[in-house]
Design a protein around this ligand. Structure first.
Ligand code: GSH
Length: 246
């Protein structure tokens, strides 16, 4: 059966699904779309505007959490959800937080930085095969980043609030690590969801200054050692950044 992942380069929920496919050793094709335009293409194909979307034969599934559950049914081992009901509920809670809270923070962070440093956008293309050559993507980088920042609500107020709370979010992740909900011997769905969001933040110099060196950063790098893209520190105004304890 043909499996096709519809994705955006450097999209963190797409990285979550790609890692799950790799862990379960499911062969698939990846189709990378162009940001902004992907909304229309996804709406047409999946009836929803977001990536990731997965086709399994004629079946279409959209949403990283829905896709991971489908993959778990398709190939049960290695399991991404614990067999024990209590442990599974904890992993699902962390996974949901990674999707509903951290995902949006990382998205706002990336577009806030890229809209101020659009030349960095092409660094996120990495190995992706896009329908346009990279120099053309570079030409469209500024409007793409500006529109995406708007669509993803990467306003000054939201981004500053995210930055002010980031330390507490990392504390929460590390409490889950201490309790073994995250960072166990074998990766679970929450490791993949939260790790991908953190890994995207680590490509942004202004955020890496806060995240790097913390156990949460190790969690991200363990699941996602490589990640295309970099926006050097200094993209965001210095007064937005919380002071990091030395
Ligand atoms: N929480 C959902 C949503 C994913 C999502 O919002 N994906 C972004 C890319 S990372 C997207 O396609 N957003 C629409 C846009 O930015 O135009 C999931 O995990 O699948």
């Amino acid at each position: 059966m043909t499996v096709t992942l519809y994705a955006l380069p450097a999209s963190h929920p797409c990285a979550t699904v790609a890692r799950a496919l790799a862990l379960k050793d499911i062969a698939y094709e990846r189709v990378d779309l162009l940001p902004v335009l992907h909304r229309v293409q996804q709406q047409r194909r999946f009836g929803a505007q977001t990536v990731p979307g997965l086709e399994i034969g004629s079946e279409r599934i959209v949403g990283s959490r829905e896709i991971l559950r489908r993959l778990e049914r398709m190939v049960p081992e290695p399991a991404l959800y614990p067999a024990d009901a209590g442990a599974r509920a904890e992993v699902e809670r962390a996974e949901r937080w990674g999707d509903q809270v951290l995902q949006a923070i990382a998205r706002r962070a990336a577009w806030a930085c890229l809209s101020r440093r659009p030349a960095a956008l092409t660094s996120y293309v990495g190995e992706a095969r896009l329908p346009l050559p990279v120099p053309l993507i570079g030409l469209g980088a500024r409007p793409t980043a500006m529109i995406s920042a708007r669509l993803n609500h990467a306003s000054e107020g939201n981004v500053r609030a995210d930055l002010a709370h980031l330390g507490r979010h990392l504390d929460r992740i590390e409490r889950w690590m201490d309790r073994g909900v995250l960072g166990g011997a074998t990766p679970n769905a929450a490791d993949l969801q939260i790790g991908a969001g953190l890994r995207l933040l680590l490509t942004l110099g202004d955020y890496a200054a806060i995240v790097d060196g913390r156990p949460a950063a190790d969690l991200a790098r363990a699941q996602f050692p490589e990640h295309a893209g970099h926006v050097p520190a200094g993209a965001l105004p210095a007064e937005w950044l919380p002071s990091v304890p030395s």
